[in-house]
Ligand binder design. Sequence first.
Ligand code: BJW
Length: 243
Amino acid sequence: MTTPTFDARWREARRIAVLTGAGVSAESGIPTFRGAGGLWRRYRAEELATPEAFARDPRLVWEWYDWRRRVIAECRPNAAHHVLADLEVRVPEFLLITQNVDGLHRRAGSQRVVELHGSLWRVRCPAEGTVTERPEVPLPSLPPRCACGAVLRPDVVWFGEALPTDAVGRAYGAAEGCDLMLVVGTSALVQPAAALPAIAKAHGAYVVEVNLDATPLSHLVDELHRGKAGEILPRLLCALPGP
Ligand code: BJW
């Protein structure tokens, strides 16, 4: 038996998992978190993306989220989102695992998506546990309130909070079962998402990274592509066979 070449690993992949981060939406005009121009250069994460920050000042936290919702509402999915949406119909088993809360993968047509860190477009009532779609921008009043009177929160995962159990289960299942994992535009610093590529690799998957910069994953992946996701992904994925 011969070892498949890199191209063959792509062509023969039947179970593909994709992990995306903020970099996949950068070319749509959405700021990333870390690095030049990143949100955490301008805002302190612990003052905005923690349950403690929300308990201290829900209006401040909501003003930040409302601003981000307004920015994102003006943005469109880019070529990277679109080719990933095309990819899911070309392989028998596919899961797109995103850390992004911007909803752009779904807007590009992706359906097999797990949103590990939730969605900016939903709100959650901490008192009732109910989750509701709230697409309107701007929100009519801040902080928004539930009919029960409780202050609603964004349905996102803040530091120190557990990720949704079903989302984590699906993501780990895909990482353990895929034969190719594509890791796009994440600094791979935030756990538990950052552990998924190593899990895939340990289970025999071929791991491919697409990123502008080096990350802690770069030394373990099988194939590295340095550059913009919106330019690299269309080139990589157009070489795959059709459905
Ligand atoms: C491009 C590009 C282009 C640019 N093309 N590339 C183990 C060790 C240490 C710490 C921990 C640990 N386990 C847990 C922790 C704590 C913590 C953590 O990981 N901290 C580290 C930062 C040290 N994790 C948590 O707290 C998590 N919870 C948890 O583990 O709970 C345990 C628990 C169990 C049971 C009960 C209770 C608790 C939760 C993490 C939640 C993260 N939340 C955020 C905010 C979401 C909401 C919001 O958006 O406001 O999620 S933080 C932020 O970081 C956001 C992102 O999804 C996440 C990841 O960022 P991402 O996507 O990687 O973006 P960047 O900006 O970092 O990187 C962009 C990349 O793109 C760069 O590499 C660029 O080069 C690249 N790029 N343009 C290609 N065009």
